[in-house]
Design a protein around this ligand. Structure first.
Ligand code: DAT
Length: 174
């Protein structure tokens, strides 16, 4: 099925700004926000809750089955702190959001994460884990790394993605 609107994966370590970017983009473009966290919870795509990490143990097959039909139609901003599970054929752009250690520490400290979870997320950001995962999973040309340290960067990122969307529409004869 050809998509009349593209699908964008918005990924990054927790706290880098996925929800914030997705909400703004959903306001300003026809794209809709697909929070994988909500799908996992609401549609039960998990094998229970990991108390130690305070997160759901995701059943990836169930998750992909739950979203496949709607995602294939196009027009989604897929927001999740992993990206390697989504089939390449579903995805037109992968945005990896980044934040510096201090900024991320401040943001995550406001969430009641256990210490080891906070530290693991900081380590993951420092070691470029999500960027590497995106580059390993998708063609280099569709992976974009964007800084999300402050409000100016947020605005610039949203404008850049809006411009990319307009170009995608032209290229795809809309
Ligand atoms: P995520 O969905 O990746 O976990 P979020 O969108 O919930 O992250 O953002 C975490 C917090 O940081 C939230 O209070 C909003 C703030 N934030 C994120 N990106 C920002 C930015 N570029 N400028 C200012 N604040 C930002």
């Amino acid at each position: 099925m050809t998509r009349t609107l593209p699908n964008i994966i918005l990924t990054g370590t927790p706290g880098t700004g996925k929800t914030t970017h997705a909400s703004l983009l959903a306001e300003r473009t026809p794209l809709r926000h697909l929070s994988i966290n909500d799908v996992v919870k609401d549609k039960g795509c998990h094998e229970g809750f990991d108390e130690e990490y305070q997160s759901w143990i995701v059943d990836e097959d169930k998750l992909l089955d739950a979203i496949e039909e709607q995602v294939k139609e196009g027009g989604w901003i897929i927001d999740w702190h992993a990206c390697d599970l989504f089939p390449k054929s579903w995805v037109d752009l992968v945005v990896v959001l980044r934040a510096g250690t201090e900024v991320l520490f401040d943001r995550l400290s406001k969430r009641n994460y256990p210490d080891h979870k906070l530290q693991e997320n900081l380590d993951s950001e420092i070691m470029d884990v999500l960027l590497q995962e995106a580059r390993d999973s998708y063609d280099e040309e569709i992976v974009v790394e964007l800084q999300s340290g402050d409000a100016d960067e947020l605005e610039a990122n949203v404008e850049r993605i809006e411009a990319w969307l307009e170009q995608w529409k032209k290229d795809n004869n809309q």
